[in-house]
Write a protein that binds this ligand. Sequence first.
Ligand code: NAD
Length: 523
Amino acid sequence: MATAEVRLHKPEFTNEPFVNFSKPENKAAMETALKKVASEFGREYPMYIGGDEVRSKEKIKSTNPSHPAQVIGVVQSASAKQARQAIESAHAYFDTWKKVPAERRAEILFRAAAIIRQRKFDLAALVCYEVGKTWPEADADIAETIDFLEYYGREMLRLAGPHKVVPYQNERNFMLYIPLGAGAAIPPWNFPAAIATGMTAAALVAGNTVVLKPSEESSVIAAKMVDILYEAGIPKQALQFVTGLGEVAGDALVKDPKTRFIAFTGSKDVGLVISEAAGKRQPGQLWIKRAVLEMGGKDATIVDEEADLDAAAEGVAQAAFGYQGQKCSACSRAIVSEKVYGTFVEKLVERAKKVNVGPAENPANYMGPVISEGAMNGILNYIEVGKREGKLVLGGGRAAGDGYFVQPTIIADVSPNARIAQEEIFGPVLAVIKAKDFDDALGIANNTEFGLTGAVYSKNKAKLEKAEEIFHVGNLYLNRKCTGAMVGAHPFGGFNMSGTDSKTGGKDYLLHFLQAKSIAEKV
Ligand code: NAD
């Protein structure tokens, strides 16, 4: 049969443990890493096209959102032509890479995971500086990166080789999963290590070649991850690395006729542009491009009158303000039963008052900066809209410091159709909405164009079961917060305008980068 038998056996997947920073040795290791990474600020990072280091005339400076004067690194700004060269080269190498046995491709992912594990403090420090993640958030990003590599490696071992089908008389029948071709990986900045590495590694281990075009805001972390993948054994022609503007380099990759698939995670607006462009056949294009699109959210937590209100306030505060509300899964709407509304809002405000805001490298801060000046101004605009649409009960403006700091902000008495209850803000702004009863709460929760994550706090089993049936989200959490999906345990992806529900970190994910070939031989 076509594919080599899989002999590599790995122990069952388990999640990478998070670092306990209350242990003095871990705190010291992170402090050392922060110093070491700071000593490398300002370095220039090349692109890799056709196996060569490539530089462009135009450059992009990646700065530290906690201290915008600090330049973390300088990256290239690829022209559309350079992006096309990268996909051309990836296309040419596909025939070679797809013949590498799945077992060997998986081994490279396991090796990359081991390298990242060894350097986790340095990598977390870089995440902390480049995108403003606090220590635990940066560590979680790196742990998830390791998880994706370990999980997708194992998944490929499971999918490699012939698969049984229903026997048919006088025939030898089986099915194989084969890769698609050369594709573009276009990740966002908010999980700069995990999403960029996860989508790239998934496509590569499945036997595809990839051009990675990371976000302009987080290209230095991506450059480090690409170096690690090369060090682990991915050939440079199998993984091409192009940095630059989405509307230039990203657009060229999406539209090129040689592009077979696009793995995108980012905003709804860009996702829809890519969906449309990918759907248009270009001259010479032989296939229908596969577009795996993971987009935004307007995630809600329902707080029922039969809930543990302290647990609910804790879960909502963490999900709304963790990483400054810049997770696609962040809670941006709390939908609260009118019977406990006043008490809950009081508890929530008391809890959120304890949130410290300041530079991400200082472990005393629970919230760091938002990603950029543009993002900050957009969030502050939404806060002004929110002040007119509801009652400001906490925050409401910038927080002190030279970075892009925004106060944790809670706006109560918001109508379900208000702009701040409908549009993704992607910052630390929570709308609190009053519901008449549980059915009303579910109706409000489902009343947006998104469908990514949701949470329900209630002790009433029947209500939880109703939510399981009615709450239309890709990731539903009962009596826990709506952020913090774990690879393997919580396959991740949303409905409606939240994307194509690709379920990253789940058993279905690699199938997006494979196609099935069914073979029947008359015997
Ligand atoms: P974005 O849409 O601005 O950018 C995402 C990527 O697309 C970047 O690499 C960017 O350079 C590129 N891009 C921009 N314009 C392009 C174009 N015309 N053609 C091709 N590529 C283009 O998103 P962002 O600000 O980086 O990330 C935040 C968004 O991502 C939020 O909406 C968030 O909800 C979403 N997100 C979703 C998930 C999920 O799993 N559903 C996970 C993380 C983030």
